[in-house]
Design a protein around this ligand. Structure first.
Ligand SMILES: [Zn+2]
Length: 303
């Protein structure tokens, strides 16, 4: 059992393990802390979402849905391996589960699998998992045939190892939701014992370190936020073109021609669509880029 990581330490642990992290706006203060305990934590639960598409899944996991308020996890793991952080604190992901599983995870005393769970949300012997586990929702239809791309499995391995390393846990602290509750079948399509082997193999090595000049970087460099004043001048820059291309790719185009290098009204209207898509409203969705929306847009580095 351990004290949960702060948001800064959480992000740092993931990045040190080589995870590509996107901080969804508002995630640092988004939780269910008024509705039960958060911590001490003892492990990580892996889920599948029964959904397709990254942006809508991230929104759903941030907001929750009728009868189950968000956050529905701490991070959403996209098919491309990107991890979108949506919650910091207690989250509605684990629900009730089996105390025998909890004991086995705390002591990390089990073989390939923890004891088969006999409890679930609302059953008489169930214990609260939302206070004890970090949760990651992986974008997958959960039908057993929707593929799990290597990049996504790699990200599951890395986020799990990152939290185990930060807390001094072994890979037996990482379980699937179906190993926690007898009502659940997620994650479906890969084997948790194999994933635990991967996590343990990673933990046995030193953490991944960025190799700045070792050939091509694994993650494309991104354009840092140029500051709000950059857009208030009549700016002409390849950064504006790169931004416009990303807005088009995100389905946020108000362009009739272009995008081009000179900041204009079509850029502002397109950017406002992007801010709206991220959940910003009113003056926060005025089309003038801010740091959070800019970083979420992931504009490629151009100069
Ligand atoms: Zn689940």
């Amino acid at each position: 059992m351990a004290t949960p990581l702060t948001a800064d330490r959480f992000v740092a642990a993931l990045r040190a393990e080589g995870v590509t992290v996107v901080e969804h706006p508002g995630w640092r203060t988004h939780n269910r802390n008024g509705h039960g305990a958060w911590g001490p934590v003892t492990g990580v639960i892996i889920h599948h979402t029964v959904s397709a598409g990254t942006a809508n899944t991230v929104e759903m996991c941030f907001d929750g849905y009728e009868g189950l308020p968000g956050p529905l996890c701490h991070g959403v793991i996209a098919k491309d391996g990107t991890v979108h952080l949506v919650g910091n604190g207690r989250a509605n992901h684990a629900g009730g589960g089996d105390p025998a599983v909890l004991r086995a995870v705390v002591s990390e005393t089990y073989g390939d699998r923890p004891p088969a769970p006999r409890e679930h949300q609302g059953s008489s012997g169930a214990v609260d998992g939302n206070s004890r586990f970090y949760g990651f929702e992986c974008v997958n239809l959960g039908n057993g045939t929707d593929p799990w791309p290597p990049a996504q499995l790699d990200a599951i391995e890395r986020v799990s190892a990152a939290l185990c390393r930060a807390h001094g846990w072994g890979a037996r602290s990482v379980i699937g939701h179906k190993e926690w509750s007898d009502w659940k079948d997620d994650p479906r399509g890969f084997a948790m014992p194999t994933m635990r082997d991967r996590v343990q193999a990673r933990l046995n090595k030193a953490p991944a370190k960025p190799a700045p000049d070792a050939g091509k970087p694994a993650v494309p460099r991104l354009q840092p936020f140029p500051g709000t004043s950059f857009f208030r001048r009549e700016t002409s820059s390849p950064v504006i073109t790169a931004m416009g291309r990303r807005l088009v790719a995100e389905g946020c185009s108000a362009y009739t021609v272009g995008p081009g290098p000179r900041w204009g009204e079509a850029d502002r209207l397109s950017y406002a669509k992007w801010q709206h898509k991220l959940g910003f409203r009113g003056s926060d969705a005025d089309g003038i880029p801010g740091a959070a929306s800019w970083n979420a847009l992931k504009v490629p580095y151009t100069k």
